[in-house]
Design a protein around this ligand. Structure first.
Ligand SMILES: Cc1cc2nc3c(=O)[nH]c(=O)nc-3n(C[C@H](O)[C@H](O)[C@H](O)COP(=O)(O)O)c2cc1C
Length: 433
């Protein structure tokens, strides 16, 4: 049986250190452009396109890690700029690469979302996807001036939100814009209809003032992990950023989403399941381990623990670093999942957990020669029944992606697991075609 093609994405945020803290610190003589300069992004996008990646995923939120003085000081998701604007710029500098931008169903009104995404579909010439998030960080609520609703209510609102957005996208029928010069008719009004949506949380009269883009509608991505989140993914998502966990847990989650999609009348394999990892590849295992040690040593305790404050939901930075997570689990009110998982796995101290929390470089399996890392990727994808992997940079992103595209991607291409060139024109065709 031929093995399934593996899709490749890059995981980024429009900030200095997308996921691995202090990844902006690097030998100064090797820094060609800073993270806020456009040539930095254009170089990354060109590199990804050379590797025939499906998309650059731009995660986002409007609360950072809580924006404490420590997070501001170290640059933990602060500053954090708007990814939709960056995607528009980069689409103009590329031909094939897709862009996944993040916007929240809790903070962006559905009409604005429908309009921005459909505009982006035009501006990117059919290479845009929306990462649908319901948001989980109370600081986003403080910034937006909209209190963050409780978890399951956020998903209830999000389902209704999707109804409005689908109706808005359909309110402007394909072909309604006729551009009939002779009859002085730009749009055929009979094909552009109000929706008059009145829901429990959302309302909009419509019609949307943007004609359908090249993809008809943007590709929909999502990353739910909870009961409500998995149902949402199975109902709406075309690409799922699958949660972390052991390979068994990941296999179960993927099977569960595919089952729920099938129960909802969808082809379970029409959803692309993608994992996020931060490989470090070098010519020898030893050389890769040297880079890993540098990356892990860079932040230090204060920067690492600062990033835990908002997910913990209380000021974890004041506790002794040697405290075991099990001793404080009761107080965790933010994102409990990773804390619960860590207590179950090995009950680390706060210091150990802070070091590896959202630090991709901490995963030894993805550190080594291109051949070692390709083995791990193949095993992960085949065992879990997933479809792809997105690479998060562990150090200066232009160089990190360069090493992935020069060393790891050719190894995966030799094995026939990733494509060597783009086949479709739009993101939808390349990813789902
Ligand atoms: C790879 C990945 C990327 C994510 N990106 C974002 C993001 O950009 N913005 C955000 O608010 N949440 C993001 N999340 C969080 C998810 O949207 C979701 O809230 C989280 O996985 C918890 O699942 P739940 O909402 O079902 O509880 C991401 C999660 C994963 C696994």
């Amino acid at each position: 049986m031929t093995k399934r093609q593996i899709h490749l994405n890059a995981f980024m945020l429009f900030c200095a250190a997308p996921i691995t803290r202090l990844s902006w610190v690097y030998p100064k003589d090797k820094i060609r452009h800073q993270w806020y300069e456009m040539p930095y992004w254009e170089e990354i996008a060109a590199t990804l396109e050379e590797g025939a990646f499906d998309a650059m995923f731009l995660a986002d939120n409007i609360g950072g890690y809580g924006n404490s003085p420590e997070n501001i000081r170290y640059g933990n998701h602060f500053p954090l700029l708007d990814p939709t604007v960056l995607a528009a710029r980069l689409a103009g500098k590329t031909e094939h690469l897709g862009f996944v931008v993040t916007m929240s169903t809790t903070f962006v009104p559905p009409y604005m979302l429908a309009r921005t995404m459909q505009t982006l579909d035009h501006v990117t010439e059919g290479r845009i996807a929306w990462n649908i998030v319901t948001s989980s960080n109370p600081h986003e609520g403080y910034n937006a001036g909209i209190p963050l609703p409780a978890h399951d209510e956020r998903y209830e609102r999000a389902h209704e939100y999707m109804d409005v957005v689908y109706q808005l996208w359909d309110s402007f029928a394909p072909g309604a814009m006729v551009m009939d010069h002779d009859n002085r008719m730009l749009n055929d009004p009979s094909k552009v209809q109000r929706i008059n949506f009145e829901g429990k949380w959302h309302s909009s009269t419509g019609p949307l003032c943007v004609m359908p883009g090249p993809q008809g509608r943007p590709v929909l991505a999502q990353a739910g992990a909870s009961e409500a989140g998995l149902t949402f993914a199975a109902t709406h998502a075309e690409m799922v950023f699958a949660p972390a966990g052991t390979n068994e847990q990941r296999r179960n989650v993927i099977a569960e989403i595919r089952k729920r999609a099938s129960d909802a009348g969808r082809d379970p394999y029409s959803i692309k399941m993608v994992f996020t990892h931060g490989p470090i590849v070098a010519d020898t295992t030893e050389a890769a381990k040297v880079i890993q040690a540098e990356v892990l040593a860079r932040p230090g305790y204060e920067a690492d623990v600062a990033a835990l404050r908002s997910p913990a939901g209380f000021d974890i930075t004041k506790l002794p670093p040697e405290t075991r997570l099990s001793e404080i689990l009761d107080q965790v009110t933010g994102i409990r999942g990773p804390f619960e998982q860590a207590v179950q796995d090995d009950d680390p101290t706060i210091a150990d957990f802070a070091k590896r929390f959202r630090n991709m470089a901490a995963d030894d399996r993805f550190v080594g020669t291109p051949s070692d890392v390709a083995d791990q990727i193949e095993t992960l994808i085949d065992f879990t029944d997933a479809d792809g992997i997105q690479f998060a940079p562990t150090y200066y992103a232009p160089d990190c992606f360069r090493s992935i595209v020069d060393q790891l991607v050719p190894e995966l291409q030799r094995r026939g697991r990733v494509r060597t060139k783009y086949e479709g024109k739009t993101l939808r065709e390349n990813l789902l075609g």
